[in-house]
Design a protein around this ligand. Structure first.
Ligand SMILES: [Zn+2]
Length: 491
C-alpha cells in the first residue's frame, strides 16, 4: 500500500494525530494481588497460586509496594493523584487470562492530568499531556512457537498473570513520529530514575501501543484511527508511525476511507497489517471489583511519596549544566542513567575541581570509549581514577599531555588510572633553571609573538606554554611553567 509515491507536498497537507498507551511492569518482589514472585524468566507455570490462577474462592490482596511505585510514577509524570481510586473488572476471554477478567481501573484511575515535556525540531519544548495513569494486572503468555508440535498446539505460561502494571495513556497531543520517539524516551528515563520499573523492552517490562490518525491541516475533527500493537522498540514505534501515516494519507488521496482498526507492526517487512478488526466491538463490561475496597491514599502517604521522588532527569540536566559548566549534550551523556549520574557526581564531589572531572570524563574517557565502540560501563578507568587524574592535573603534577598518554595506556592494557600512574610515574621537570632555559629558547624563536604579547595580547602566554611543553615532551611542570612564562614575558 504505502509507497514512495507520496510527494512531500501531499504529505504536508495532512496532520498526523498520535496518542500512545504504554504498559509498564512494576519492579515489585511479588505480584499485584498475591504473594507469588514477580520475576521474568522462571520455569513456566511455577510462580502461580490460586489467586493469580483465578481459582474459585481465592481473594486478591493488594500489594502495597505496587501502590507506592504507581504513585511515585504518577508524581514523576506530573499527574494529580486521586486520593480515592477504584479497581474494576475488565471482562474478556482469552486463554492467557484464567480468571476471565483483568483487575484494572476504569472511571476512577489512580492518577490523571499529567504531562511530559519533549524537545521539538525547532529547539523549543512541547508539553505532551498524560490523560491518565492507572493500575492493573498483567495477563499470562501464550506461546505459539518453539515446540515440536507448535504447528498444531499453543502452550501457556501463567507466570506473568497478576504482575503489577501501570498503564500510561497520553493525550492525542503528539504530531510527528519523532515527537512520539522523544515522548517514549523521556517517559522511560523518568520511570528508570524513579526505579519503579526496569523498562526492559525485550522482556516486555515496557510495551507500547500507538494510536494514529491523519486529518487535513486545519480540520477540527480527528480522522479514523488505527491502533498499532506489538511494537517492541522505540525505533520501531517511530518507523511504524511513519509507515502508518503514509498509508493513511495514500488511502485518503486515492479516494478510500481509513478503517478504525487494530494493526500489527511487522519489523521484518517494515509495515503494519490489520488484525482482528472485530475486537473493537469488544464490550469489556467494566464494573467495580467486588473483592477489593476502594484504594484510599492518605495525605501522609502522598506526602511521603512526594519526598521519595528523586531529582528527575530534566531537572538534573539543568542543574548539572550550571554546576559543571556543561553543554546540554554533555549533560545528556552524564545523566543517561541515574546510576551513572550518581556515580559521577559522588566522585566529582571529592575532587579539587569537579568541572575538570566532568571535562576529562567526557573528552578523554568518552572520546576513547567512542572510538572503541564501548559504553561507559566498559571503561577501564574508574570514577576514582578520573578524580585522581583530575587532581594531579589540577595540582600541576601532571601535564595534560602526560595525562593523555596515561589514558592511552589505560585503554591499551585495560587498567585503571591509578595502577598505570603509579607504575609509570611520568617524569616532570621541576628544575626552574631547566624550564627557564626552554622558555628563553621559545622567546628567542618567536620574536613576533613576544612583541604582540608586550603590546597587550596576553593570551599569547598560552602559545609559549605550548611551545615549551612540546619542547619538554610534555614533562615541564605545568604550574611552574605557567608562572615562569608570565614572569619572563613580563620581564
Ligand atoms: Zn499468585
Amino acid at each position: 500500500m504505502a509507497s514512495a509515491a507520496l510527494s512531500p507536498e501531499i504529505l504536508a497537507k495532512y496532520e498526523p494525530v498520535i496518542g500512545l498507551e504504554v504498559h509498564v511492569q512494576l519492579l515489585t518482589a511479588t505480584k499485584a494481588f498475591c504473594g507469588c514472585a514477580n520475576r521474568f524468566g522462571a520455569e513456566p507455570n511455577t510462580n502461580v497460586c490460586p489467586v493469580c490462577l483465578g481459582l474459585p474462592g481465592a481473594l486478591p490482596v493488594l500489594n502495597e509496594k505496587a501502590v507506592e511505585f504507581a504513585t511515585l510514577a504518577s508524581l514523576a509524570l506530573n499527574c494529580e493523584v486521586r486520593p480515592r481510586s477504584i479497581f474494576a473488572r475488565k471482562n474478556y476471554f482469552y486463554p492467557d487470562l484464567p480468571k476471565g477478567y483483568q483487575i484494572s481501573q476504569y472511571d476512577k484511575p489512580l492518577a490523571e492530568h499529567g504531562w511530559i515535556e519533549v524537545p521539538t525540531a525547532g529547539g523549543a519544548t512541547k508539553r505532551i499531556g498524560i490523560t491518565r495513569l492507572h493500575m492493573e494486572e498483567d495477563a499470562g503468555k501464550s506461546i505459539h512457537e518453539g515446540f515440536a508440535d507448535s504447528a498444531t498446539r499453543s502452550y501457556i505460561d501463567l507466570n506473568r498473570c497478576g504482575t503489577p502494571l501501570v498503564e500510561i495513556v497520553s493525550e492525542p497531543d503528539i504530531r510527528t513520529p519523532d515527537e512520539a520517539f522523544e515522548y517514549l524516551t523521556r517517559l522511560k528515563e523518568i520511570l528508570l530514575y524513579t526505579r519503579v520499573s526496569d523498562c526492559n523492552m525485550e522482556e516486555g517490562s515496557l510495551r507500547c501501543d500507538a494510536n494514529v490518525s491523519v486529518r487535513l491541516r486545519g480540520a477540527g475533527k480527528f480522522g479514523a484511527k488505527a491502533e498499532v500493537k506489538n511494537v517492541n522498540s522505540f525505533r520501531f514505534v517511530r518507523a511504524a508511525l511513519e509507515y502508518e501515516i503514509e498509508r493513511q494519507v495514500e488511502t485518503i488521496e486515492s479516494g478510500g476511507r481509513v478503517m478504525q482498526e487494530t494493526r500489527l507492526w511487522d519489523a521484518n517487512e517494515g509495515r503494519t497489517y490489520p488484525m482482528r478488526s472485530k475486537e473493537h466491538a469488544h464490550d469489556y463490561r467494566y464494573f467495580p471489583e467486588p473483592d477489593l475496597p476502594p484504594l484510599i491514599l492518605s495525605p501522609e502517604f502522598l506526602e511521603k511519596s512526594r519526598r521519595t521522588l528523586p531529582e528527575l532527569p530534566e531537572a538534573r540536566r539543568t542543574r548539572m549544566v550550571a554546576e559543571y559548566d556543561l553543554s546540554a549534550q554533555d549533560a545528556h551523556t552524564l545523566t543517561a542513567s541515574r546510576e551513572f549520574a550518581d556515580r559521577f557526581e559522588s566522585a566529582a564531589k571529592t575532587a579539587r575541581n569537579p568541572r575538570r572531572v566532568a571535562n576529562i570524563l567526557l573528552s578523554e574517557v568518552g572520546g576513547r570509549l567512542k572510538a572503541l565502540g564501548l559504553d561507559q560501563e566498559q571503561s577501564p578507568v574508574s570514577m576514582a581514577g578520573l578524580v585522581m587524574a583530575s587532581d594531579l592535573l589540577d595540582e600541576g603534577k601532571l601535564s595534560s599531555k602526560q595525562m593523555k598518554q596515561l589514558f592511552d595506556t589505560c585503554f591499551e592494557k585495560g587498567e585503571d588510572f591509578r595502577a598505570v600512574y603509579e607504575r609509570e610515574k611520568p617524569q616532570q621537570i621541576t628544575d626552574t633553571g631547566a624550564i627557564e632555559g626552554l622558555i628563553d629558547e621559545a622567546i628567542a624563536a618567536n620574536p613576533k609573538q613576544v612583541e604582540q604579547y608586550r603590546a597587550g595580547k596576553k593570551s599569547l602566554a598560552g602559545f609559549f606554554v605550548g611551545q615549551v611543553m612540546r619542547a619538554s615532551k610534555g614533562q615541564a611542570n605545568p604550574a611552574l611553567l605557567n608562572e615562569l612564562v608570565t614572569k619572563k614575558l613580563e620581564g
